[in-house]
Design a binder for this molecule. Sequence first.
Ligand SMILES: NC(=O)c1ccc[n+]([C@@H]2O[C@H](COP(=O)([O-])OP(=O)(O)OC[C@H]3O[C@@H](n4cnc5c(N)ncnc54)[C@H](OP(=O)(O)O)[C@@H]3O)[C@@H](O)[C@H]2O)c1
Length: 340
Amino acid sequence: MNTILENIEKQMNTASSILVEDVKKIDGDIIILGVSGKIGYNLSALLMDALKKAGKDTTVYGVARFSGGPESRQDLEDLGVKTIVADFMNDEELGSLPKVKNVIYMVGYKFGSTGNESYTWALNSYLPGRVAEHYKDSRIVAFSTGCVYPLVDVKDAAPSEEFMPDAIGEYAQSCLGRERIFEHFSKTNNTEMLIYRLNYAIDVRYGVLVELGTAVYEGRPVDVTMGQVNVIWQPDASEMAIRSLLHCTSPANIMNITGPETLSVRWISERFAEVMDKEIEFVGEEATTALLNNASKSHEIFGYPQTTIREMIDIVATWIMENGAMIDKPTHFQEREGKY
Ligand SMILES: NC(=O)c1ccc[n+]([C@@H]2O[C@H](COP(=O)([O-])OP(=O)(O)OC[C@H]3O[C@@H](n4cnc5c(N)ncnc54)[C@H](OP(=O)(O)O)[C@@H]3O)[C@@H](O)[C@H]2O)c1
């Protein structure tokens, strides 16, 4: 990896002073369930950096099956995370996980969910109940998704937490199931929780900006039918997830997490074309509805995300042009019928 790419990674994995201050207030050890996914390394790196800077000796556990191979496990161990291999769908393995004060739940199943509906519901909606029982004396930050909202008219306000969810398609419905089950156990067991409704995390290796930037760079047409999106720099989202441990309540606190602007897909693509000095071809026409998320509540609590959209575009464009490594997991943000 060249120094430009190394510097980008280093910056992404360096904790802000705000995170360091908040980490000082989190009592007890921390377990991250679903640590081997797209967000897990970044969140773990920021957490470990913040703990070190705060001078705390908190134990951090990271659990998954590590189905992508042993390298991701070693990378986490190198950060100081104590990794555990477990399949959460196996009762014995779930039951043997250490009971610690703080849980960050990042488990989910999305791609391939069409055609595998029963497993989708078991993993996304049934498992949260098993986990909520095992961790009833902990506080839990449970990752969810902005997909629990319906497509809304772009002339209307984007949905905030006051807006009733109305999930489209079985994946999104099973995610709403995940929320409802967690909420149920938060009430019945008095477990403090925060439901973290995210869309879309922007990393240099995957995400909406990587997909748009790569299409522009490779001269492929950009479909603008899903004409608007909300995004957030993944390190900002990861920091908010950790800081959310200080905002868990019973009944569960619901929190939308994304950036402050509703962004035009056409505008983002044009900015990439400018930075990369490329021509651009659009297909389709902006629909009158889009999947949107108003995260003003999280901005009131955590402040605005620290990384702006133009900074994100510059960083992602640099990563693409410098041929940085990618994760081949497209977001399918253009999907309008909820089939993943
Ligand atoms: N990334 C985004 O932009 C985004 C946007 C909206 C919402 N979210 C939500 O945020 C959460 C985290 O996102 P992500 O992108 O990191 O998700 P991801 O890449 O799909 O990661 C899911 C994690 O769950 C683990 N897992 C799945 N089934 C398991 C099982 N039976 N036993 C043990 N571990 C299991 C996976 O590890 P193994 O396969 O190794 O076990 C992996 O670590 C997800 O719930 C997702 O719904 C993410």
